[in-house]
Design a protein around this ligand. Structure first.
Ligand code: MN
Length: 283
């Protein structure tokens, strides 16, 4: 049941956010790409919040500042996570509702298992929690990314979602290779691939001789299986991956039903101490 944008009674309202921070060129590129099709509101973290996942700030207040993007347009920054930024918008900060949330354009791909860390994707998930369709868009980059291709893809994705809709719980994760419009090899609808992380635990000494640790190492690789997001981007295609908030493992659900879930039939092993923790207030 597609509804062309030309038949919409009003322009769609689009919330734009990211995890790289309000000063990111990728955020500006995304806002600029979407302005021709809707009324764009920008709210983003005030600092780089990459890989914070679904972090939500509960134990301290959030401060919001009005900002001016590099093209002179207005935006707001939050001293919290991408999830906080989207949450503010849906809890009434702008006094309007939204038809779509777009998150990105992230510096660096969010392929396969990256999704589980990604603040970019997490922001889109927060929209879905609030029953609003959303997509995340990320771009591979090496030096100074050119967002021309990703901007075009962002606009196409936005129009497609607005016109065709997403079901509750669904979102789209877009990954764009770092190529010019004349160089990329098309668009592929993919599934999530498998990342191979090459993280290393770097141990150094601080000025007082106390060791500290830093998770570093080369960037992740991945399994180039056909049909995956990783394979598409490696082969110069834009990956369009449908994802959902329902993380239920369907095959395991079936298997688990055949396991013995009977506490009475599972007595404590001989000599085991009872679990007895002191009562306390929740921290
Ligand atoms: Mn990022």
């Amino acid at each position: 049941m597609a509804r062309p944008l030309a038949e919409w009674p009003t322009r769609p309202r689009i919330l734009v956010t990211n995890d790289d921070g309000v000063e990111s060129r990728g955020l500006l590129a995304l806002a600029q790409a979407l302005r021709p099709i809707g009324d764009v509101y920008v709210v983003a973290p005030d600092t780089n919040q990459s890989a914070v996942g679904r972090q939500k700030t509960l134990m301290r207040p959030l401060r919001v500042r009005e900002r001016t993007l590099a093209d002179g347009s207005a935006a707001w920054s939050v001293d919290g996570s991408p999830t906080d930024a989207v949450s503010l918008a849906f809890l009434g900060f702008f006094d309007v509702g939204f038809d779509l949330v777009a998150s990105g354009i992230n510096y660096g791909a969010n392929l396969g298992d990256d999704v589980t860390y990604s603040g970019t994707v997490s922001a889109a998930m927060e929209a879905v929690i609030n029953d609003c369709p959303a997509f995340a868009i990320s771009q591979e980059y090496y030096e100074h990314p050119d967002f021309t291709l990703a901007g075009r893809m962002a606009r196409l994705t936005a129009v497609n979602i607005l016109e065709n809709g997403l079901a509750p719980g669904e979102l789209i994760n877009i990954n764009v290779p770092d190529l010019r419009l004349s160089e990329y090899h098309g668009i592929e609808v993919t599934r999530m691939g498998k990342r191979i992380y090459q993280d290393q635990l770097i141990e150094r000494l601080d000025p007082r001789g106390i060791p500290y640790y830093w998770i570093g190492g080369p960037p992740p690789s991945g399994l180039a299986k056909p049909g995956t997001d990783f394979d598409a981007v490696v082969n110069h295609r834009i990956a369009v991956t449908p994802i959902q908030l329902d993380l239920t493992a369907r095959r395991l659900l079936t298997r688990l039903k055949s396991w013995p879930w009977d506490l009475d039939a599972s007595p404590d092993p001989p000599g085991s101490a009872p679990v007895e923790v002191p009562a306390e207030e929740p921290g």
